[in-house]
Ligand binder design. Structure first.
Ligand SMILES: Nc1nc2c(ncn2[C@@H]2O[C@H](COP(=O)(O)OP(=O)(O)OP(=O)(O)O)[C@@H](O)[C@H]2O)c(=O)[nH]1
Ligand SMILES: [Mg+2]
Length: 330
């Protein structure tokens, strides 16, 4: 790849002018593990930063099969038809997603994936959630700088990925399915606390009544939680990604949320907090990276670990010994 040979200005100008090919190259640069590429990517993202902040940042989660891809197709096409530019990103650190699933996603997003106003980028593959999150956050900013009006970040409900996505968006939508009466079972703890809205999907055909019943149970459950914002109580709606029924209402909900939280200054505050939290999480990741790649630590880690395991050294003393090596790293 010739990327490293290009100047930052090549990427900055290309992204700024909305050039798709250069946007894709910039994201590839962000996803590169090569130190020189990472340095270049930092420069590019920093230079693009003044152009960011205008997009609606929307997170979507839900268990596999809930209809996320189908929903994003319907929702995204609705936005495109309103004249908006839409970028779709994904956070999937499990990397269990084979090429086949990405293909399946493309067929689920048949119209959106070929719409000139839309840009779909699959999850960066491999790596830790922290690494995938860093890449997605930077990609989100770059898409904003490229002029996208709405950036959708999708994640499948596994591990900590919902919390991660919620920490990078303005509005977090949780898609649910109507169950067989006991809707509230099997919900991952905490996911409702992250929601700015819950939508019961597949409210079509025979399922309409069941969906409405589920909607009421979830509304009751949400009512018992303390809302994260004094100006917003997360609503529970029903929709059908397939028939697009209720999908426009969700867009109205997102806009309503935006209007209210902008008026009180909460939206700005949320983004400022997210930026600082992101810096802290990068510091934590960076420290860990430095720790585990330090040659002196690498040579002693096994021995110290064994000594602690055998009870010959206290855990505290073992940790201090290794951390001391980091202090003296040159
Ligand atoms: N009846 C009905 N079926 C739907 C609806 N939305 C999605 N489906 C179907 O549900 C299945 C799963 O939909 P996907 O959009 O692939 O679900 P997903 O959440 O993206 O799934 P993963 O990518 O595996 O996490 C597909 O067969 C869809 O056609 C809906 O609103 N109504
Ligand atoms: Mg999908």
């Amino acid at each position: 790849m010739l990327m490293g040979e290009k100047e930052p200005q090549f990427y900055v100008d290309g992204v700024r002018s909305g050039n798709r090919r250069i946007l894709a190259k910039t994201i590839t640069l962000i996803e590169s593990a090569h130190p020189a590429h990472r340095q270049l990517a930092h420069t590019v993202v920093d230079e693009l930063l003044p152009l960011t902040g205008k997009a609606v940042r929307l997170g979507i989660t839900g268990v596999p099969g809930v209809g996320k891809s189908t929903f994003i197709e319907s929702f995204g096409m609705m936005l495109v038809e309103k004249g908006l530019k839409v970028a779709v990103l994904a956070v999937d650190p499990s990397s269990t997603r084979s090429g086949g699933s990405v293909m399946a996603d493309k067929t689920r997003m048949e119209r959106l994936s070929v719409a000139p106003q839309a840009f779909i980028r699959p999850s960066p593959s491999g790596g830790t959630l922290g690494g995938v999150a860093r890449m997605t956050r930077e990609t989100l900013l770059v898409c904003e700088a490229a002029g996208f009006d709405v950036v959708i970040v999708e994640t499948v409900g596994v591990g900590q990925s919902e919390t991660t996505v919620a920490s990078m968006v303005d509005f977090f939508l949780v898609l649910m399915l109507a169950g067989a009466g006991d809707e509230l079972q099997g919900i991952k703890k905490g996911v409702l606390e992250l929601a700015d809205a819950v939508a019961i999907n597949k409210a079509d055909g025979d399922n309409v009544e069941k969906a409405e019943k589920a909607r009421r149970s979830y509304a009751m459950a949400l009512h018992l939680l303390n809302p994260a914002s004094p100006t917003w109580s997360p609503p529970v709606l029903t929709c059908s990604a397939l028939t697009t029924n209720g999908v426009d209402q969700l867009w109205e909900t997102v806009n309503d949320h935006r209007r209210r939280l902008s008026a009180t200054g909460e939206l700005d505050q949320k983004r400022r907090h997210q930026a600082v939290a992101w810096m802290w999480s990068r510091i934590e990741d960076g420290l860990k990276e430095r720790f585990f790649s330090n040659p002196a630590i690498r040579s002693q880690l096994k021995g110290v670990r064994a000594a602690v395991e055998r009870g010959e050294q206290s855990p505290t003393a073992g940790a201090e010994k290794l951390l001391f090596l980091l202090d003296n790293a040159r």
